[in-house]
Design a protein around this ligand. Structure first.
Ligand code: ZN
Length: 124
């Protein structure tokens, strides 16, 4: 009898190798258990905790999105698009002579401008 092909039910994220871990329905004596396979290797743990974790499998797309989210640093909000910031970049001589205390003020101003821009977008 030929060996049965693995029946992949879904995937969970493996935080060790950061790849989608295949969740496969066990067969034969282990038919009631799930087993898992990823780049770390195959896992046939039957503990209730790990089985419950594997039972929460997702689709490959979901797990891939999860990996992308975890491996991509959160992008900072774009602040250079506001007119106020463009004004500031036109005067480099001023910003160079500013005392360091002003930097916090500039950042605060940029954040406020960003907030205003966002409010405008929300109204539109
Ligand atoms: Zn792994």
């Amino acid at each position: 009898m030929p060996e049965q092909e693995d029946k992949v039910l879904g995937y969970v994220l493996c935080r060790d190798c950061m790849t989608p871990k295949q969740i496969i329905q066990g067969s034969g004596k282990r038919a009631r258990f799930l087993r898992a396979k990823c780049e770390c290797g195959a896992s046939m743990l039957t503990g209730a905790k790990i089985q419950a974790k594997w039972a929460k499998y997702k689709t490959l797309e979901e797990v891939q999105a999860q990996i992308k989210e975890l491996t991509t640093p959160t992008p900072l909000p774009k602040q250079e698009v506001t007119p106020a910031d463009l004004e500031q970049t036109k005067q480099p001589s001023q910003s160079q002579t500013k005392p360091s205390g002003a930097v916090a003020w500039v950042i605060g101003g940029a954040l406020a401008a960003f907030g205003l821009g966002f409010a405008k977008l929300a109204k539109a």
